[in-house]
Design a protein around this ligand. Sequence first.
Ligand SMILES: *[C@@H]1O[C@H](CO)[C@@H](O)[C@H](O)[C@H]1NC(C)=O
Length: 376
Amino acid sequence: MKRICYFVNWAQYRKGNGKHTYTEIDPELCSHVIIAFVAMTEDSHQLKATEWNDEDTETTVGVYSHVTDLKIKHPALKVMLAIGGWNFGTEKMSAMLATKSTRTVFVNDVVRFLRTRNFDGFDLDFEYPARRGSPPEDKGRFALLCKELREKFEEEAEQTSKPRLLLSAAVGCGKSTMDAAYDVPELAKYLDWIGLMSYDMEYSSKGVTKHHSALFPREDEPAGDKKLCIEWVVNYWMTKGAPAEKLVVGMAFYGKSFTLRSAAKHSVGDPKSGPGLQGPITITAGFMAYFEVCAGLKDGWTRSWIDTQKVPYAYNNTQWIGYDDAESMKEKAIWAASKGLGGWMVWDLAMDDFGAHYCGLGKYPLLHALNDNTPR
Ligand SMILES: *[C@@H]1O[C@H](CO)[C@@H](O)[C@H](O)[C@H]1NC(C)=O
């Protein structure tokens, strides 16, 4: 099974023990490392690095080279580059997708960019085709892009006798996004895997607390809310024509939090009034890295387990967070293997307790829990 690890190039700016750089990557715990994100030039549909130290300069070695150099000691490791992300938006994607000739400029540039930097593949994280301002035609054009990239990768491999570049996509998991954005049989044909972003599913129709990455639905949820869990999403992709072995489950190394209406009602499914308070290091309302949750648990937050959904939550006074720990990661890894799925991907390395500073469980406790329960 694939064990895919996203490495983000912005966690280098976090303070104190939250600072995460390429030196923290453990290549034994990942089959693929994907660097997020590369961007695009304004009008010329070409790749462009996003951080000042991504690329080599005449006097310095960049992050891309540091990560691809891990292959020297770990020859089985694959290192890939991801384009897109939430903040990238859709405008430049739509402009590139618009015609065969703009897509061809992009496809040729992707091959040049990856090969000159020793990458093994490319991951499409556009959020999302035919959503967020992207026109409905982008659904078909995105599928065409996948086809044209795959064909170019095959042709290039033949010409150069190098192993073919890998091609994957990370996809949204809300039903309306899935329906609008993805031609599933076409994507399954051309992508090496489809990475399901099976997290951020915490919005409930009732204004109550909900776990953002539950494995299973809750019996007492409204029917629509039952679709916001990993099992439902995986089954939906399969009914739409994706073979199990092409599907990769997204594993969240973070929690999504709420402020409760009342400190006395702190279960899953209880009324919320808004997002939770920000964590001290990630500084984002409604969100905390796993290591920040560990710090809270040490300081007196109460942990509880949602047995029907196989995930934990924690609360303190009016603060509530649905998150993942080693126990839920184990449940999810075993379930993914039992379904015959292609593997899992983690978002992201920098939010595990990578340096063993917070949880008292050694380095990368979540990533270890996944590895320990995944057949090779
Ligand atoms: C728990 O809540 C109380 C009351 O709001 C607060 O004073 C305390 O700092 C919180 N504890 C943690 C660990 O966040």
